[in-house]
Design a protein around this ligand. Sequence first.
Ligand code: MG
Length: 180
Amino acid sequence: MGGYDNTKITSNSDLARLPSRLKMGLGYDVHRFVSGRPLILGGVVIPYQYGLLGHSDADVLTHAVMDAILSAADLPDIGVLFPDTDDKYKGADSVELLRAVMDKVPRNVSIVNISCVVMALKPKLMGYIQSIRERLAGVMGIDKGQINISATTTEGLGITATADEAGGMSASCNVLVRLG
Ligand code: MG
């Protein structure tokens, strides 16, 4: 029995007609604000009165990006790969964990684009978005144009800051990959 997925390759020009498969991945993360820690988002330090609490540096955006990539590549999530019960990852630089994630991604998986939303009432992130895009793209070996980041408040509702509580930040990330 034949199959349309089983493309016959005879000459170089047949390679261009090979079907490429696309897969998407979704990552999501939340961390709580506390005093006395730096705020690190997408590998960039952002001046603020609070930082995010976590076993690693609690970089909520980089965590969402890693989980999205791992999901698209059909690999276990960061909770499995870098457990918060392991002292090795205490205070870990999440950008270095992202580097380790990229090393685990099979060679036939390539990133088409990444789209992220960061949810935070404060601080304002507009002035940092471009540096975050550059930082994360550099680590992943993709162009800055392949990663987009938007930020939104949640109008003081839910997990971001409320009038009487520091709250926290959350990040959601979608990635589209091509399986070559
Ligand atoms: Mg996390």
